[in-house]
Write a protein that binds this ligand. Structure first.
Ligand code: KIV
Length: 293
């Protein structure tokens, strides 16, 4: 007799069988809008494989970003510029499988890598479709006003979009390093204009990375239809994101200022993720004086 799943428990990892029932309601686009309208903080964490994604889902993380930061934390690259679309597809598929195996609750965001959406809206659609077919519910793309037309094109074709302003790591060479953005009056005004254009184009979420806390608070207030998700952008954004390895302290170097090591007091990865969710929800992370500019 042939069987698609083995009878013995696997010695590798502890994910339940693929058919395990879900107990919570999946996060949806209306639910994200509803949380934003209610002022409930949205939690986001990166994950790149099935097991960590499943644990994040079980810990109550609402949105999982399969970020191109995987180039640095998984592939050992010195920036995200070398990450390919095929690599992103592979990791989105893995995360999707992990989430489905446990709760099936988390909203999965696939990061469009460098070069996969820059040429044309059509190229962006083809790249986004590849990640959606791999299991993403939304795609993320970096960049200012020039990405607004692409965002509109994707949204009109049924692809929810997360925008990304401030420090956009795919442009690290043009920006001259990983620096705080929006510090001058002119660059702050440009960032606000870009944020409004992206909301107008239909972006549902907007990552604000390494932006002064006062500016990100102002942008957040100006965007009723688009929830800001901060990383090094202060406490007043509509939600927060951290890179998994950073918040678990899996890091041989010095963490960035905006990171808190949630593993230090947690005792388990799931405990660390639950502590992160609690801290974001109750506004105790981040602390402006400690984690922001
Ligand atoms: O790639 C990534 O993980 C990201 C986050 C840092 C927001 O873009």
């Amino acid at each position: 007799m042939t069987s698609t799943s083995p009878n013995n428990a696997s010695p590798y990892g502890t994910l339940p069988p693929a058919s395990s029932p879900s107990t919570r309601k999946p996060v949806s686009l209306p639910r994200l809008h509803e949380m934003h309208a209610r002022g409930e903080k949205i939690t986001m964490l990166t994950a790149y494989d099935a097991t960590f994604a499943a644990v994040a889902d079980a810990a109550g993380v609402e949105t999982i970003l399969v970020g191109d930061s995987l180039g640095m934390v998984c592939q050992g690259l010195s920036s995200t510029v070398g990450v390919t679309l095929e690599t992103m597809r592979y990791h989105v598929e893995s995360v999707h499988r992990g989430v489905q195996r446990v709760q099936g609750t988390a909203w999965i965001i696939g990061d469009l890598p460098y070069g996969s959406y820059h040429e044309s809206k059509e190229q962006a659609f083809r790249s986004a479709a590849m990640l959606m077919q791999a299991g993403a519910h939304m795609v993320k793309l970096e960049g200012g006003g020039w990405t607004a037309d692409t965002t509109r094109f994707l949204v009109e074709r049924g692809i929810p979009v997360c925008a990304h302003l401030g420090l956009t790591p795919q442009s690290v060479h043009a920006l001259g390093g990983y620096r705080v953005q929006g510090k001058t009056e002119a660059s702050a005004a440009q960032l606000k204009r870009d944020a409004l254009a992206l909301q107008d184009a239909g972006a549902t979420l907007l990552v604000l990375e390494m932006v002064p806390a006062a500016l990100s608070a102002e942008v957040t207030r100006a965007l009723p239809q688009c929830a800001t998700i901060g990383i090094g952008a202060g406490v007043d954004t509509a939600g927060q994101v951290l890179v998994l390895h950073d918040m678990l302290g899996v890091n041989l170097g010095k963490n960035a200022k905006f990171v808190r090591n949630f593993m230090a007091d947690a005792g388990s990865v799931r405990g660390a993720m639950e502590a992160y969710v609690r801290a974001v929800k109750d506004g105790s992370f981040p602390v402006n004086a400690e984690h922001a500019w």
